[in-house]
Design a protein around this ligand. Sequence first.
Ligand code: HPA
Length: 277
Amino acid sequence: MNDPEIHAAASRLRSLLAEPPELFIVLGSGLGAVAGAVEDRVEVPFTDLTGLPDATVTGHAGRFVGGRLEGRPVLVQSGRYHAYEGHPYDVVVAPLRIAHRAGAGAFLVTNAAGGIREGMTPGDIVLISDHLNFHFASGLRGRVRDGEVRFPDMTEAYDRGLRAHARAVADEVGVPVSEGVYASMPGPAFETPAEVRMLRTLGADLVGMSTVPSVTVARARGMRVLGMSMVTNVAAGLGEGVLDHEEVMEVGRSGGERLETLVRGIVARWDDAPPAP
Ligand code: HPA
């Protein structure tokens, strides 16, 4: 989507919402429960916004949900576009661009991921501290978009202050969290055991197929980013048996309650977060 299309979609979205969102929240596979907790909600299917195709992957509903979460104006994206569905990267990152243009200054992203670091088990929640981009592609490719920089700094892509805030809330609500490096693979095949060994050698703690394209664009737009993974399985070759999308969805759903508690706490106490660096 080009800038005029992004601007038009954002204006339309904004006109449907009661107030501009402060936070943009993206929910991963099986993690859609938070969207149900949004009050005074307005639901906007992606397809209602000019230029956006349908989002098709199982478990991804494909809509924006605007309203208030814990009293704070939010915009939730339920369902996402993946490049493996055949979407160009500028479509993958379009909802993020639209959300930012509609007013969101911070980006809270969750995903389902395979656990690579030893000791990780399904149900673990991990704050993303950094990432590895194995798409070798970027939503920033092409001309510099309105409000973006050509060469975003990625030194602290995942805001240190927001991670500290998330850890403080996690302590308070009794949800254990650790931190880790997320490797984003293009998919849609799960990794081979050899790829998982490669990723581990290169410093990855988690592996998934999303998040990194939008985080990169969020940083180019100056948004603060908080990323969280739900470990839904141990990565290929590290455990018994084989990987299965249904299992990923099921662990996402069963662990989703703790993630929802954490997300709600983070949003409820957002004003306590350290200011942007
Ligand atoms: N690999 C890639 N993506 C994933 C995985 C995985 O093991 N689990 C959930 N999403």
